[in-house]
Design a protein around this ligand. Structure first.
Ligand code: AMP
Length: 394
């Protein structure tokens, strides 16, 4: 059975066509710069790839047409009937969605009702859902939320120290994100540990990044909060700051609330500290060439990642495995090393030679009390698994 996993962002649309239940990737691709006249469409299949540039893609429905045309033209499918289910990544499910759901008009309205909690993400997710439901109307569409895996957090961990009425009236609390990734990777780690009772910390470090404490397969705390801005410095996001910054920047620079928020989301993190780039590859090479601020960007991030890992070590009452995943966690040995060197006091010891090798691997030193794994994440497979599960139960 062929299932399409869709991840619609504000100006991009990523997809993967999977053969299920084998979890085999048939094709994947990306439409970038939606809303512009210089959009790009890339599709990968059968070990080859094709790219079109300078396309006029003014909205998501044009992007969806491109994806469907691409699948048909490259004979990846012979008709749309071959696609038997579509899974959509939705960033914010609030407390409304405690698990993945089959999408109908009512579900779309409920997702839209959460727009205030994820103004940068949910509206784009809905546009993607609507465009695909229109293009492929006769199959099951399923919404898979970034937040559901974290719905097991106890209130002592998800509530802020803000007035309780803010939570009651407006849902002000930590929700956590990257849930499909944290779940996929922690389930894999749990399998490798070979025991139900397990203490795992997942460090999902990509352009967006979060750390999660997983006790016996359930998320009990995570670094992201009401929005994906909370936590430690990322590619362009600041992570935690003192909210008084808003007042100071208004007084000193005349910044509006929106302007400061935008700077914290898009001009901070690696990019803001280093002034070099948001991309870890550029940061690592600049740091290696002696650029002080690039080195600082890596050190500040590592320090703050470790703040979370150490606190979750205590919260979990020990640790069986620390797992690195996502673009940086999987590929940037320098970042893994900077993090782990600061954790030696907890008996979490990295083996430098093993850390240098590529791919899925075990990288702890023989004297380490804790397993350290690199496990590639696969959010698309997680989404397709949920489509399959709901199809079977419908
Ligand atoms: P993600 O958001 O998970 O796609 O991760 C994006 C980040 O992963 C970017 O900062 C990339 O620089 C980083 N990344 C991807 N591939 C590599 C690589 N081979 N080496 C170092 N960093 C990488």
């Amino acid at each position: 059975m062929k299932i399409l996993s869709v991840n619609a962002g504000s100006s991009s649309l990523k997809f993967q066509l999977l053969q299920m239940p084998e979890e085999f990737e048939i094709a994947s691709g990306l439409v970038e710069r939606i809303g512009n006249k210089n959009a790009e469409f890339k599709i990968n299949f059968n070990g080859s790839s094709s790219k079109q540039s300078d396309l006029v893609v003014l909205d998501h429905s044009v992007a969806v047409d491109l994806v469907i045309k691409g699948l048909l033209e490259h004979k990846i499918i012979s008709s749309l009937d071959e696609i038997q289910g579509v899974g959509h990544r939705v960033v914010q499910g609030g407390e409304t969605f405690k698990e993945s759901v089959v999408i109908d008009d009512d579900v779309v309205l409920k997702i839209a009702a959460l727009n205030d909690l994820a103004p940068l993400h949910n509206p784009a997710n809905i546009i993607g859902i609507n465009a695909f439901r229109k293009a492929i109307p006769n199959v099951l569409h399923v919404a898979v939320f970034d937040t559901t895996f974290h719905q097991t957090m106890p209130e002592v961990n998800f509530l802020y120290g803000t007035p309780y009425e803010w939570y009651e009236k407006h849902g002000v609390r930590k929700y956590g994100f990257h849930g499909t990734s944290h779940q996929y990777v922690s389930e894999e780690a749990q399998k490798r540990l070979g025991k139900e009772e397990s203490k795992i910390i997942v460090a999902h470090i990509g352009n967006g990044a979060s750390v999660t404490a997983v006790l016996n397969g359930k998320s009990i705390d995570t670094s992201m909060g009401l929005t994906p801005l909370e936590g430690f410095p990322m590619g362009t996001r600041s992570g935690n700051v003192d909210p008084s910054i808003f007042q100071l920047m208004q007084q000193k620079e005349g910044y509006s609330l929106e302007k400061t928020l935008n700077e914290l989301n898009k001009k901070s993190g690696y990019l803001g500290i280093s002034g070099v780039s948001h991309d870890s590859r550029d940061i690592v090479s600049a740091a290696n060439e002696g650029n002080h601020r690039a080195k600082l960007a890596l050190d500040i991030q590592a320090k703050r990642i470790v703040d979370y890992i150490a606190s979750y070590y205590v919260l979990l009452g020990g640790l069986d495995a620390l797992v690195f995943t996502a673009g940086i966690g999987e590929n940037a040995k320098e970042v893994r090393s900077l993090v782990c060197k600061r954790l030696e006091v907890l008996g979490i010891i990295i083996d430098d030679e093993k850390n240098n090798s590529r791919g899925d691997k075990e990288i702890q030193h023989k004297d380490s009390k804790v397993k350290i794994w690199v496990i590639p994440t696969n959010e698309e497979v997680m989404i397709a698994r949920d489509v399959l599960r709901l199809q079977n139960s419908n």
